[in-house]
Design a protein around this ligand. Structure first.
Ligand code: CO
Length: 185
């Protein structure tokens, strides 16, 4: 069954606040099928024709809880300055180290599960080290990322713990420029 925009849980659904469970690796057939559906959604959502045909809102990432599966699987696909996009299809991702310095997307974040706009800087670690099981390569990996890819990874990992991007916006001063904050265009 194909994931479409309509089947993605919205933040009006309290289940999106659940804490999800780590999974066994290598993946069971059921989890592997779920991961492949997530990969397909993100890939196809970036192709205009398929996005229109199947009602897919373009995405750079997706987390299993957004499709009603409360397990630790995330999918991230972000363009790089050169070459092919970076693709991460991960089980049990965990941030094991991060910079003190923060970064933020200059125009704020969005989410397939959030229909209302929530303007403001979403504070993220500028640099992260993630330990995970790489589902495509079928092995444990250590990932170091910064910039946009680090933001998207943190956004998706947050979903595994019931956290949404607007939880990280300063409520009283949403565009507060804190010292050393990196703005990502
Ligand atoms: Co999201």
């Amino acid at each position: 069954m194909r994931i479409t925009y309509d089947t993605i849980l919205k933040d009006t659904d309290p289940r999106l606040r659940n804490s999800s469970q780590p999974i066994k690796t290598p993946l069971s057939a059921k989890h592997l099928a779920l991961a492949k559906r997530m990969l397909r959604y993100v890939k196809d959502s970036r192709e205009e024709e398929k996005a229109e045909k199947y009602n897919l809102r373009p995405a750079v990432g997706l987390a299993a809880p957004q499709v009603g599966e409360f397990v630790h699987i995330i999918m991230v696909m972000v363009d790089q300055e050169e070459g092919e996009p970076a693709v991460y299809l991960l089980a049990n991702p965990k941030i094991i180290a991060h910079s003190i310095q923060n970064s933020t997307l200059a125009t704020g974040e969005g989410c397939l599960s959030v229909e209302e706009p929530h303007p403001g800087y979403v504070l993220r670690h500028a640099r992260i080290t993630v330990r995970a099981y790489d589902i495509l390569d079928q092995k444990d990996v250590i990932i170091k990322e910064d910039g946009y890819a680090a933001v998207v990874l943190q956004h998706e990992i947050d979903h595994l713990h019931g956290v949404l991007f607007y939880d990280r916006i300063n409520k009283t001063n949403p565009w507060e420029q804190t010292p050393n904050l990196i703005l990502i265009d």
